[in-house]
Design a protein around this ligand. Sequence first.
Ligand SMILES: Cc1cc2nc3c(=O)[nH]c(=O)nc-3n(C[C@H](O)[C@H](O)[C@H](O)COP(=O)(O)OP(=O)(O)OC[C@H]3O[C@@H](n4cnc5c(N)ncnc54)[C@H](O)[C@@H]3O)c2cc1C
Length: 441
Amino acid sequence: MLVSNWNNCPRVEAAMRSFRSQEEARDILGQTDRCIPRGLGRSYGDCSLGENIISTPGFRRFIHLDPAKGILECEAGTSLDQILSVIIPHGWFLPVTPGTSRVTLGGAIASDVHGKNHHLHGALGRHVLDLRLLTPQGHVLVCSKNENPAIFQAVCGGMGLLGLILSARISLMPLESVFIRQKTIPAYDLDELMSFFDSHHQSTYTVAWMDCLQRGRHLGRGLFMHGEHCRSHEAPQSQLIPPGCKGISIPFTLPFRALTPAGIKAFNSLYFHRKSRRTGYEISSIESFFYPLDALANWNLLYGKKGFLQYQFVLPRSTSRSGLQKILQHINSFGQPPYLAVLKLLGKGQGPLSFAQPGYTLALDFPIRPGVFSLLNALDRVVQKLGGRIYLAKDARMKKHMLWEGYPRAKEFVELKKRLDPENKLSSLQSRRLGLCQNPY
Ligand SMILES: Cc1cc2nc3c(=O)[nH]c(=O)nc-3n(C[C@H](O)[C@H](O)[C@H](O)COP(=O)(O)OP(=O)(O)OC[C@H]3O[C@@H](n4cnc5c(N)ncnc54)[C@H](O)[C@@H]3O)c2cc1C
């Protein structure tokens, strides 16, 4: 069958097998060479693609919820929206959530996903108490900070290359209401936008939308948003009802690209000015604050048949300002506007392949059209020179040297992989492209 991830690029012919029990998973892994786990395919690129895919969403039972302590154990194919529907009524929330709830727990751990609270709470791996890993040699290892700690660290962010995560126990965050008290502040240039992250460092959630089509004195103009969970007395209603709306859906890939540069320019301007007028606090639902894009199911199809690329990098704090400036200038000079640009501040990372490092991360969505690869190569040079790295869960095209320079602990990861997977059973198109499956140095 033809398979692609969220950005529809690349699309590859693959044999896909799914399982419902640990024994079935072990059989599939035992019988299949060159395979890779795949959750809900919400990564952008080829990290969960290869000729043989082990699909996990059928393996999604809840094992245990301790409603007093806020500890949840479930199988790795369970999606975050399924988890929310169970934990919210008990007064708990995910300690870290990405910008979509349609990902599996296993995929989120394997990518060590970050949310809008990374500067305070780290990535998801920090909240995993332990996990069960089916190794390529068929053993089940319990991994945690105390048991097999090096494997545990490397599996969080390890992109499915060390084994199949079967289940995990995570510690949850207490929740008093399903509402967020949020404020949007306009920033008229990059310095102002970045200064808001510093002045709101204590806010639980911070994020900014950037208008990348601005030049000159408005370069880096954007909207900074910060938010806190409402306490029960602040919320418009007290019931803990999980997000239920599945959103409207685009039924098929559009034969044309629905979003044009001119349309985006007009949208950016309208969006900036409309949002800038709202000066006070607003109360948002969990869905609209954390998962605004989930309201339009399959919005990825708006990019047309060729799909799109997401380019997400992080730069160290010391080089973030000059780096972001250069990146924005390149975008303008290449005439390739991204359709979405989201800026976040990250704290320290954990595993050898975990994306986070202290500094600013910018995620940019580019439609695939002539010239875009040249622009991304130019952006790579800026990121590389300034000590940054690219997020593996958002990568479909980076070259090997970017990985090896950006992730100084990659060698440690490959050594561990040689030990756990001497026959290189687990490999993705990405891992082969980046030299994570053999010894490239
Ligand atoms: C709209 C949108 C918003 C997003 N926002 C964010 C964000 O804010 N922050 C962020 O960090 N990410 C974000 N992402 C990326 C997304 O959270 C990650 O790519 C996530 O890993 C996808 O999970 P999945 O279940 O779809 O896994 P897949 O995309 O199928 O796989 C991702 C990786 O996990 C591995 N994997 C999957 N399951 C297992 C398993 N059981 N055992 C071992 N390895 C496994 C795969 O081999 C692959 O390497 C966003 C994605 C979208 C579409």
